[in-house]
Design a protein around this ligand. Sequence first.
Ligand SMILES: CC(C)(COP(=O)(O)OP(=O)(O)OC[C@H]1O[C@@H](n2cnc3c(N)ncnc32)[C@H](O)[C@@H]1OP(=O)(O)O)[C@@H](O)C(=O)NCCC(=O)NCCS
Length: 186
Amino acid sequence: MFQSNRRFAARNTGRRLGAMAFTIREARDDDAAGIVRLGQENSAHYVRLAPEHFRVPDQEGLVEFIENDREWREGKDTLALVAEDKGAIAGYLEASLQQPDETARWQAQRDLSQIRLLINYVGTADAYKRQGVATELVQAAERWGRERGAVVALCDTLIDSPMSVPFWEQRMGYRRRAIIFRKLLE
Ligand SMILES: CC(C)(COP(=O)(O)OP(=O)(O)OC[C@H]1O[C@@H](n2cnc3c(N)ncnc32)[C@H](O)[C@@H]1OP(=O)(O)O)[C@@H](O)C(=O)NCCC(=O)NCCS
């Protein structure tokens, strides 16, 4: 059972997707196969875009890994949402609340002294892309975070992604703040 402070599922939102209706709700064990399927599709996009950074994850055991992830999903500061269309998993999101850092008073970054919503994954199945699925998932996560005191939302993505950069910037109104530098140590 979901803990009382994670009663998001009790407030499912039905949305129209053109001719289709979809529901945003908390992820369940039996969503695992659909989540893996959309993850496969999206990792294939990223492998094509940047093979030096991405690979198709090992599929063996992955459905079971997600099924058995209930403890994480049901944690009080974690959120796993799906967008469901008549039993099909159209989208998936994972997020967590980051509590103020214990050392924040001695640090310059303002965000560290606040509750932050960290969105660590959002993905839409290929058949449902550009129909508002990820928008609804992120808005639901932002609502969830706001209700729990979060004052800022953070995420990162591949700088050259033609899907996710416009999604975060143009669609969702996120702004660039940091650069992750990387160098191979040979
Ligand atoms: C990024 C992603 C989550 C967007 O999901 P989605 O359900 O298609 O997004 P929505 O329909 O809610 O929003 C669409 C908006 O996002 C942007 N966008 C999404 N895909 C785009 C693309 N291929 N080209 C340009 N803009 C794009 C546009 O602003 C678009 O609005 P528009 O259709 O009116 O132009 C999806 O493309 C995806 O799963 N990508 C692979 C995984 C990923 O990159 N995740 C994000 C990093 S964790």
